[in-house]
Ligand binder design. Structure first.
Ligand code: NAD
Length: 479
C-alpha cells in the first residue's frame, strides 16, 4: 500500500472553505438589492446527500462514505465534479457546489451547481479495486437520482479523471438500458472512445491560460506590476496534477513564461531559468514524485514553494492553500486561482491590502465546465462538432481553389485541393469555443468593475455578475 498523503498543506488550518465562500457571498450581496428572502434562497445549499456503502475487497468488507451536494437547481441539470480525496467532507462538498452554481451562471451555461466527493485515497487501492468502489458509488448515486443526463451530471475533479468517468458512465448505462441513447451524457470528461470530447482533459489548464491572456490584454487592468509580457514573467505553480500541469505547459511552451517553481504535497522543485514542464511530468509519472528531478533543485517536505518571489502564482492544488498563516509571505504580483477556493477570505483581504491582484476561481477554472458543456451537448445531439465546420471549410476552400484556377487560368492540383480541405477538427472548435467564453466572461467582469468601481476587486465583480443572473432566474420561475 502506498504512503498516505493528505491534500492539506502542513501549516494550513483545517478547511474553513465553506465559511470563506459564505463570506464572499455575503460581501457581494451588500452590492445587490435583492427582494426579501431571495438572498438566503440563493446562498443556501438545496440538499446534501451522504452515501455509505460497503465493498468486499481483499477478503473483507470495507466501508466508504461519499457526498453529493446540490447547491442550486435554478437551471437543470445540475453540474459539478466528483473528487476522490482522504480529506473530503460534507462542508467542502457544499462549498464546491456553491462555486459550481456561481461558475455556471457567470459563464452563462445552462446548469445549476452540484459537487460530489468520495472519502478515499486512490493510491491505497489497485485499479480493479478502485473500479469496483467507483461502480458501487455510482449505483448509490443513481438510486437517489444524483446522476443522469437531465438531472445531475458529474465530471472529473481532484483524484479522478477520464478512467473514473468511463466506469461511472458504464455503470449508469447498465442500470438504464431503456435510455441508452442518452446515457453517455450522464457524466462528462470521458475518454474519447466513450463519448468524450477532444480537449476536455486539458480544458481547465487551457482556460487558466486564456484567463491570464484576457487579464493581461485588457488595458483597464494594472497588468502584473505594470507589465504585460507573459514571456518575461516568472511563474510559480502549486499542484502538478491535471490543472497545474496543463496550465504550466501551455504558459511555458506557448507563451514563453518561465515556470520557476512547481510545488507538490511532498515538497517543491525550483529552477530560476525555468523548468522543462514536460520532462518534469515524465519524471513525476516515472517516480511518483516531482522531487529528485535532474534539472532542478529539490526541497523535500518543504511547503514554502508558493512563498518564493514571482510575477504570477497559480495555486492549482486544493482549497485554503493561502491562509492567514502564510498570506503575508506571498510575494507574487498576480495570484491566479486555478484551484477552487485556494485563498481563505482573510488571506484574500490581506493580499488586497498589499496590492496583490487576484483572479478568482469561479472565472479562472471555468474552462473545465465550459468544455464539459460542449461534451454534454454533443452526447445529447449525436452530431460530431467537426462535421458542420468541415463542410463550411470545404465550401470555402473549394471557392478559393476555384478562384485561383480562374485567376491563373490553370487547373488547381487535386492533391492540393485535398490538403486544403483538412482541418475543421473538433479540437479547433472546442478551443475556439472555450477561448470565446473565457474572453467574453472576462469582458463581463471588467465592464461591471468599470461601471461600479465600488466593487473594488475582480472576485466581488464576478460574484455580483453571477448572483444577479441567478436572482433573475429565480424571479422568473417564482421562488
Ligand atoms: N480537473 C478539472 O477539470 C478541474 C476543474 C475546475 C477546478 N478544478 C480544481 O483544480 C484543483 C486541482 O484539480 P486537479 O483536477 O488538477 O486535481 P489532480 O488530482 O489532478 O491534481 C491535484 C494535484 O495537487 C497536488 N496536491 C494535493 N495537495 C497538495 C498540497 N498540500 N500542496 C501541493 N500540492 C498538493 C496533488 O498531489 C496533485 O498532483 C482542485 O481545486 C479542483 O477542484 C479542477
Amino acid at each position: 500500500m502506498n504512503k498516505q498523503f493528505s491534500n492539506l498543506a502542513v501549516d494550513a488550518p483545517r478547511s474553513n472553505f465553506l465559511e470563506s465562500v459564505d463570506r464572499y457571498f455575503t460581501h457581494a450581496l451588500t452590492f445587490l438589492n435583492l427582494p426579501d428572502g431571495l438572498a438566503e434562497r440563493i446562498t443556501a445549499c438545496n440538499s446534501t446527500y451522504t452515501v455509505r456503502f460497503g465493498v468486499r475487497l481483499r477478503g473483507r468488507m470495507y466501508s466508504f462514505v461519499g457526498w453529493r451536494s446540490v447547491h442550486s437547481e435554478h437551471r437543470e441539470p445540475v453540474k459539478g465534479g466528483i473528487r476522490f480525496s482522504p480529506d473530503a467532507d460534507a462542508e467542502e462538498v457544499e462549498a464546491l457546489a456553491a462555486l459550481m452554481t456561481l461558475k455556471c451562471s457567470l459563464t452563462d451555461l445552462p446548469f445549476g451547481g452540484s459537487k460530489g466527493a468520495l472519502k478515499i485515497n486512490p493510491s491505497d487501492w489497485t485499479q480493479p479495486e478502485l473500479e469496483r468502489i467507483t461502480r458501487r458509488f455510482t449505483q448509490e448515486l443513481a438510486k437517489r437520482g444524483l446522476i443522469g443526463p437531465g438531472v445531475n451530471v458529474p465530471a472529473p475533479d481532484m483524484g479522478t479523471g477520464e478512467r473514473e468517468m468511463a466506469w461511472m458512465m458504464d455503470e449508469f448505462r447498465r442500470a438504464n438500458p431503456a435510455d441508452a441513447i442518452h446515457s453517455r451524457a450522464c457524466v462528462t470528461g470521458k475518454p474519447l472512445s466513450k463519448g468524450g470530447i477532444a480537449g476536455r482533459t486539458e480544458a481547465t489548464g487551457r482556460g487558466v491560460q486564456y484567463a491570464i491572456h484576457s487579464y493581461l490584454q485588457d488595458p483597464r487592468t494594472p497588468g502584473v506590476r505594470g507589465r504585460r509580457d507573459l514571456g518575461a514573467m516568472d511563474v510559480v505553480v502549486q499542484g502538478f496534477g491535471n490543472v497545474g500541469y496543463h496550465a504550466a505547459k501551455f504558459l511555458s511552451e506557448e507563451d514563453g513564461a518561465k515556470i520557476v517553481v512547481v510545488a507538490e504535497r511532498d515538497g517543491y522543485v525550483t529552477n530560476p531559468d525555468g523548468l522543462p514542464v514536460e520532462a518534469l511530468k515524465q519524471h513525476q509519472l516515472a517516480t511518483g514524485s516531482i522531487l529528485g528531478f535532474e534539472h532542478a533543485t529539490s526541497f523535500e517536505g518543504d511547503m514554502r514553494g508558493i512563498e518564493r518571489p514571482c510575477d504570477i502564482l497559480i495555486p492549482a492544488a486544493m482549497e485554503n492553500a493561502i491562509h492567514e498563516g502564510n498570506a503575508e509571505r506571498i510575494e507574487a504580483g498576480l495570484v491566479v486561482e486555478a484551484a477552487n477556493g485556494p485563498l481563505s477570505f482573510e488571506a484574500d483581504q490581506m493580499l488586497a491590502r498589499r496590492g496583490i491582484v487576484v483572479l478568482p476561481d469561479l472565472y479562472v477554472n471555468a474552462g473545465g465546465v465550459v468544455v464539459s458543456y460542449f461534451e454534454w451537448v454533443r452526447n445529447l445531439t449525436h452530431i460530431p462538432f467537426g462535421l458542420m465546420e468541415r463542410r463550411r471549410r470545404e465550401r470555402r476552400n473549394h471557392t478559393i481553389a476555384d478562384a485561383l484556377e480562374q485567376m491563373t487560368g490553370k487547373p488547381f492540383p487535386e492533391d492540393m485541393r485535398e490538403g486544403f480541405l483538412e482541418g475543421g477538427r473538433e479540437i479547433d472548435l472546442v478551443r475556439s469555443g472555450l477561448e470565446d467564453v473565457m474572453r467574453s466572461t472576462w469582458a463581463r467582469i471588467g465592464d461591471l468593475l468599470e461601471a461600479r468601481p465600488e466593487l473594488k476587486d475582480y472576485r466581488t465583480a464576478a460574484y455580483v455578475a453571477s448572483i444577479s443572473e441567478i436572482a433573475a432566474a429565480y424571479e422568473a420561475i417564482g421562488i
